[in-house]
Design a protein around this ligand. Structure first.
Ligand code: MN
Length: 129
């Protein structure tokens, strides 16, 4: 067993290339093989969000703190808050982020390789919905 104290998780700024606003990643389980399960804590400041993307193996999101949105590219929008769970199927294009007036922390569980970025930011209009 390996025990990591909170101080052992090295949170780093998410790249501006793929995110809008203040987003930090805390790697909780980083596999040797990128096909295997990857567990990240993700901290979104108010109004911060991912760009449009999908996950080759799908994604499980568990909201640990705060409140936000998850939005599919057909416009389906869900408000998510602490304790909520999202299952995104493989290849489904979406974004997630915090509400404008609060932060959100979620766990992200992915597998079967890296996030597929669509090369477009979530505009303010798309964010507001
Ligand atoms: Mn996602």
């Amino acid at each position: 067993m390996e025990f990591l104290g909170a101080e052992d998780v090295i949170w780093e700024e998410a790249p501006e290339e793929y995110f809008t606003g203040a987003v930090r990643f805390g790697p909780l389980y980083s596999p040797q093989d990128p096909e295997d399960l990857n567990v990240l804590g993700v901290h979104f400041g108010p109004g911060a969000r991912t760009d449009w993307h999908s996950h080759p193996g799908g994604q499980v999101i568990y909201v640990a703190e705060g409140a936000g949105f998850v939005v599919k590219d057909d416009g389906t929008r869900a408000q998510i808050t602490a304790g909520d769970v999202v299952h995104a199927p493989p290849g489904e294009v979406h974004w997630h982020g915090a509400k404008a007036n609060t932060h959100m922390v979620h766990l992200s569980l992915t597998w079967r390789g890296a996030t597929q970025w669509q090369g477009r930011k979530v505009t303010d209009e798309e964010y507001t919905g």
